[in-house]
Write a protein that binds this ligand. Sequence first.
Ligand SMILES: *Cc1c(COP(=O)(O)O)cnc(C)c1O
Length: 396
Amino acid sequence: MKDFLKRTWIEVDSNALEENYKNIRNIVDKNSKIMCVVKADAYGHGAEFLSRLYQNLGADWLAVSNLEEAIQIRKSGIDLPILILGYTQPDMACKLSCYSLTQTVMSLSYAEKLSENALKFSVIVDVHIKIDTGMNRIGLNYQDMSKDRYAIYEIEKICRLKHICASGLYTHFSSSDNKQQKNDYTIWQFNNFQSAIENLKKLHIEFRLKHCSNSGAILNYPSMNMDLVRAGIILYGLLPSSKINARVKFYPAMQWKTIISQIKRIRPGSAISYGGTFCTKQKTIAAAVPVGYADGYPRALSRRAEMIVCGKRAPILGTICMDQLVLDITSISGANKNSIVTILGRDKTEEITVDELSLLSDRINYELICTIGKRVTRFFLKEGQIVEKLNYICPN
Ligand SMILES: *Cc1c(COP(=O)(O)O)cnc(C)c1O
């Protein structure tokens, strides 16, 4: 494990992940199940390791965005139920069933096609029906109780289809990270969901698992836990927005590091990197670092962001390249070739957070972490020791 390419890598702290999971378990109603959302490679952290961790911690469900993500996790030996949040083409019915996956159903016509395909293979596909209560993305529309009543009859029809089994009903909030005193949108969405549930009940249609809460709702609307909550960003120690007041502490699980590959003394008046967009005014000590936008470090951070070297902040000079960039280490003593550079995380008293970098690059924290490149090896640490590594380019 020590023998690895020291270029740029991520250290994932499994103790922080464990703490975050337990904190969620503690604040969520004890009768509600926890679904860990591990889509997009567990928000860039590494889906297989994290799924195994959550399974060992007692999580009830996992959620992913698509069939391939689900199969990857299933093949790695996880036997938790897995919900696919997005669309899967109906002719994949056999795969859905053979990997014991639960598919989201977003319309009657989709449900019919899925059931027809399931019949062809003589299988039954487990599904959760998604109601669109105000996100206006996917799901059966149910926002205006008088105009959208037909959705209830469509759900009734879905439930009668022979080769799908509708075991859950859910909706998704668009603004639960931003609670309002007046005319709160999430409460309106929740009321729409409740109304759909009530109207279905009148037709004697009930679902074992009704769910609506994402991280924002877990923190802002504890009364909306229902049968299950879908925890995403807070698992990874980040908050869904800066407006939110977390009732418990979450610990960022990821640190991103690189090393100094070359140090140079640069004369005043020298242009640094592509386009010569930055010119030194004085004698400058510059450190080249092997990380760039192909690793997911946003090019928009050129001349704006900093990295930490020997516990001090070093500004980025000039343009960020595909695979490299240049730091100003003039005022930093003790830096050498091969010194560790912290891109994200803490070194001595300095810390660079995901939120700092996402703000500077006009992104959101979700976006920054899930776009970290597949060239960046992930190391999983327990009590500070590496327990596993994930190299996407050269596995093994
Ligand atoms: C991504 C996603 C979640 C998790 O969202 P967070 O804000 O990260 O908690 C929950 N539900 C659905 C449907 C999602 O797509």
